[in-house]
Design a binder for this molecule. Structure first.
Ligand code: ADP
Length: 493
């Protein structure tokens, strides 16, 4: 029987989804299930790995039923996942020994501060491309080994497996204990230059090598699964943001994407060269494909679409996120008003964690529409700051910015982004770029698509926002933003 579909499993922070893609990259069906968030203490976040697996499996079955497809119609499964979230399970029984510690969880902040106090942060950064932060997996594994009785000894005997969510799902599907380079590069344990687990860092965090998954390329047959009925190869693993970069067909150095969600995630492809940022951006493995590893620079905006949620829920200025566009269009510009939504500090390139948000430039004429417009503009200004930082770190200019995520539906925001960057902003036809990236990588591994060129043709433009501002207008806008940011920094009077 000919196989018509690739099944992408998209395991996110709040829901598990399954999407069936056809050979043209079209979505034949989607299924989604939310699962529980656990907050055992302030600042702690956990998921139940068994519930994650059950919800993911249920959506996979559901999506096949919706498309009236059988396992025999599926050429391969690709997996993309919330990154950094850490699971430790019993190798023999497949039972987790503790809940998954989620990327958002701050419980290991003290461990990270101790590493920094010992002057080891530069060493970790040089080897992993990351900053020492509770966000990444390494200190989370250490926490589980330190707190579950007997765990470290069992791990050293090879009785336990560590994995991020990609590994956990792969293990449940196939019994294979592996991960891909993109996920491994988010653990704080993986040397991104030597492409292997780093014995020095494992020693620092007291994580036994016996519990680590085998790190492999992102596009290959890892094993096959019978859980859906017939045998289906599992042929890709990729972290969600790297998956989105691939799903945007950003295959070449300087190609860049921005995902506008609650926060914004910008990734720039830097090809086969890992570039160390001088401005606090992360260096990460984008994917391993065709015997090569490609790297990316990554930067994020902590408060992106969340500033629109704040307008809606905090200030009650708008009834829905979508309404922000019409309200902002009631005025020509923000009338000199700036909102700097430094609710949790300022990220790249300012790195001021004590800064808190400001509204500045208020006059008697400032009204609701000016505030809404200023909030939308703040998303574009912050993203432009990260893009300019990437350009400074690489010495390259991005040819265009490919965009996705919920707030990319806002045309005014996208136009403002193009104007601020003086670069076209490009919206693709498939908005589920993360899942599409996993599907592309799986499809390449099994010959469903022959090569990158064929995928490049599948990726199609929906809309291009061309910059229209002249240089003077752009310079004035950027100067106004910089001034507003200066007033926001913790050292401002
Ligand atoms: P996440 O994956 O982080 O949950 P989504 O990609 O679903 O995020 O995007 C949701 C975010 O986008 C919310 O913060 C919301 O405020 C914002 N958003 C959604 N639609 C719009 C819109 N039309 N204009 C501006 N912001 C929007």
């Amino acid at each position: 029987m000919s196989r018509h579909f690739i099944l992408a499993l998209d395991q996110g922070t709040t829901s598990s989804r399954s999407i069936l893609f056809d050979a043209e990259g079209g979505m034949a069906a989607v299924a989604q299930r939310e699962f529980r968030q656990h907050y055992p203490q302030p600042g702690w976040v956990e998921h139940d790995p068994v519930e994650i697996w059950a919800s993911q499996l249920a959506t996979a079955k559901e999506v096949l039923a919706k498309a009236n497809a059988s396992p025999g119609d599926v050429a391969a499964i690709g997996i993309t996942n919330q990154r950094e979230t850490t699971v430790v399970w019993d190798r023999r029984t497949g039972e987790p020994i503790y809940n998954a510690i989620v990327w958002q969880c701050r419980r290991t902040t003290d461990t990270c501060e101790a590493i920094q106090a010992r002057g080891l942060a530069d060493e970790f950064q040089r080897r992993t491309g990351l900053v020492v932060d509770a966000y990444f997996s390494g200190t989370k594994v250490k926490w589980i080994l330190d707190h579950v009785p007997g765990a470290r000894a069992r791990a050293a005997r090879g009785e336990l497996c560590f994995g991020t969510i990609d590994s956990w799902l792969l293990y449940k599907l196939t019994g294979v204990h592996a991960t891909d380079y993109s996920n491994a590069s988010r653990t704080l344990l993986f040397n991104i230059h030597e492409r292997q687990w780093d014995p020095t860092l494992l020693g620092e965090l007291a994580v036994p090598a016996e519990m680590l998954p085998e790190a492999r390329p992102s596009s290959q047959v890892y094993g096959s699964t019978g859980v859906l009925g017939g045998n289906i190869p599992v042929a890709s693993l990729v972290g969600d943001q790297q998956g989105a970069l691939f799903g945007q067909a950003a295959f070449h150095p300087s190609d860049c994407k921005n995902t506008y969600g609650t926060g914004c995630f910008l990734l720039m492809n830097t090809g086969e060269t890992p570039i160390a940022s001088k401005n606090g951006l992360l260096t990460t493995i984008a994917w391993g494909l065709d015997g090569k590893i490609e790297y990316a620079l990554e930067g994020s905006v902590f408060v992106g679409g969340a500033v629109i949620q704040w307008l809606r829920d905090g200030l009650k200025l708008i009834g829905s996120a979508a309404e922000s566009e019409a309200v902002a269009r009631e005025v020509e510009d923000a009338g000199g008003v700036h909102i700097v939504p430094a609710f949790v500090g300022l990220g790249a390139p300012y790195w001021d964690m004590r800064a808190r948000g400001t509204i500045s430039g208020l006059t008697r004429g400032a009204g609701r529409a000016h505030l809404v417009r200023a909030a939308l503009e703040s998303i574009a200004f912050q993203s432009a700051d990260v893009v300019r930082t990437m350009e400074a770190d690489t010495g390259a200019r991005i040819p265009q910015l490919r965009v996705d995520g919920g707030a990319a539906a806002n045309n005014l925001l996208m136009q403002t982004q193009a104007d601020l960057l003086n670069t076209p902003v490009v919206l693709g036809q498939v908005i589920e770029t993360t899942a599409l990236g996993a599907a592309f990588l799986a499809g390449l591994a099994v010959g469903f698509w022959p090569n990158l060129e064929s995928i490049g043709k599948i990726w199609k433009v929906d809309r291009i926002f061309e910059p229209v501002w002249d240089a003077g207008k752009r310079a004035a806008a950027l100067a106004g933003w910089e001034d507003a940011v200066r007033r926001t920094t913790s050292s401002a009077e």
